[in-house]
Design a protein around this ligand. Structure first.
Ligand code: AVI
Length: 320
C-alpha cells in the first residue's frame, strides 16, 4: 500500500530519491493519477526541454526572445541602470544576455536549487560580461531567499522568463510571487514572461510536436520511474497526449493507456484501465486580465506589457 511505501521512504538515505518516490506513490494512488512536473527535469529531461525550445511548433522561446531583442530601449527607459538583476532560475544563455545588455546592471544574482547548473551558467555569463559582478545563490526560490549583502543597497529587478509561472497551479504561482516580493523587497520590479491563450491547435501542437520530442520528454518520466524506483511500467502501453483544458486555461500533458495495464513501482501495485491517464504537467496560459490578476494577487502591480509581433507571448514589467 501507499503507507508501506512511505515507511520505506523514511528509512532510506538519498533525499531526492525519497522525495521522488513519495510524490510518485502518492500521485499514482489518486483517482486521476498525477505526478508533479518537476520530476520531468533530470539530466535527460533538461536536455530534452532544451531540444523542445528549438522546435518549429514550440513558439514561446522564440517569441519571448524576439521581445527581449526588440524592446531593449523600453527596458532601458523603465528600469534603473545600476540595479541588481535577480534571476529566478540559473538563466538562459540567450535571454539573460539580452536583458543584461539592455539595462546595464551593477550586479547579476542567479538563484537556482541546482548548484551545478548555477556554476555552469554563471561561468558562461562571466565570459560574456567580464566586468559584471555575478553572485550565484544556491537556493530554493519557492521560499524567501536571503540575497548576498553585496547587492543589499542596489535597486532590484527580478527576472522570471519562459512562462515557468504557468507550470504552477494558481495557488502555488501566487505563493511564489509573494516569496519573490519578500526576496526582492519594497520598490523592486519584476520582469516576467507569461504565455498567452490562443488557438487550441497552435497550443496543442506546441506540446505535441511532429518530431515527437515532447513525447520523449514525457516518456522520460516513466523511464526515470522504472530506473530509480524499481518500476516495471510498459512504456509501449502509454501514449503522449497534449490536451487543452479550457476551464483551467492550460495545456495538460498526459500519458494515456492504450490498453488495460498493471504495474509495480517501489513494491506497490497500480493499474490503469484503457483510456485512463497519468497527468504529468500543466502549462497555464493567460490573457491581459488573468495575468494582471495573478500578479496583483502576488503583490505586484503591472506597469508595462509587451507582446511579440505575432501576439503569442507576453513579457510584463511589474512593481512591488
Ligand atoms: C518550462 N516550461 C515553461 C515549459 C512549458 O512550456 O510549459 C515546459 C514544457 N513542457 C512541454 N513543453 C515545454
Amino acid at each position: 500500500s501507499t503507507l508501506e511505501g512511505l515507511k520505506l521512504v523514511q528509512r532510506d538515505e538519498g533525499g531526492v530519491v525519497t522525495a521522488f518516490r513519495e510524490d510518485v506513490l502518492r500521485g499514482l494512488a489518486q483517482e486521476q493519477k498525477a505526478i508533479p512536473a518537476r520530476w520531468l527535469y533530470d539530466d535527460a529531461g533538461s536536455q530534452l526541454f532544451e531540444d523542445i525550445t528549438q522546435l518549429p511548433e514550440y513558439y514561446p522561446t522564440r517569441a519571448e526572445t524576439e521581445i527581449l531583442k526588440g524592446q531593449s530601449d523600453s527596458f532601458a527607459n523603465m528600469i534603473a541602470p545600476g540595479c541588481a538583476v535577480v534571476e529566478f532560475g540559473s538563466g538562459s544563455s540567450v535571454k539573460t544576455p539580452l536583458l543584461l545588455s539592455a539595462i546595464d546592471p551593477a550586479a547579476y544574482v542567479p538563484l537556482d536549487i541546482s548548484g551545478d547548473f548555477l556554476r555552469a551558467s554563471a561561468k558562461e555569463l562571466a565570459g560574456k560580461f567580464p566586468d559584471l559582478p555575478i553572485h550565484p545563490v544556491e537556493a530554493d526560490f519557492m521560499g524567501q531567499v536571503q540575497l548576498p549583502s553585496d547587492v543589499a543597497k542596489l535597486p532590484k529587478l527580478g527576472f522570471f522568463p519562459g512562462s515557468t509561472i504557468g507550470n504552477m497551479v494558481a495557488r502555488t504561482g501566487v505563493d511564489l510571487l509573494r516569496s519573490m516580493r519578500e526576496t526582492l523587497g519594497e520598490g523592486a520590479k519584476l520582469l516576467i514572461g507569461m504565455d498567452l491563450i490562443k488557438d487550441t491547435d497552435v497550443l496543442e501542437a506546441a506540446y505535441d510536436d511532429a518530431a515527437g520530442v515532447t513525447a520523449q520528454f514525457n516518456y522520460n518520466l516513466i523511464r526515470r520511474i522504472n530506473r530509480e524506483l524499481e518500476g516495471n511500467v510498459d512504456l509501449g502501453a502509454l501514449v503522449h497526449e497534449a490536451r487543452w483544458n479550457d476551464d483551467y486555461a492550460r495545456v495538460e500533458m498526459h500519458l494515456v493507456a492504450r490498453r488495460d495495464l498493471d504495474f509495480t513501482v517501489a513494491g506497490t501495485q497500480f493499474s490503469l484501465a484503457k483510456g485512463e491517464s497519468i497527468h504529468t504537467e500543466n502549462s497555464h496560459k493567460f490573457n491581459r486580465r488573468t495575468s494582471a490578476m495573478m500578479l496583483l494577487a502576488g503583490g505586484w502591480e503591472p506597469q508595462a506589457r509587451w507582446l511579440d509581433s505575432k501576439g503569442l507571448f507576453s513579457l510584463i514589467l511589474a512593481e512591488a
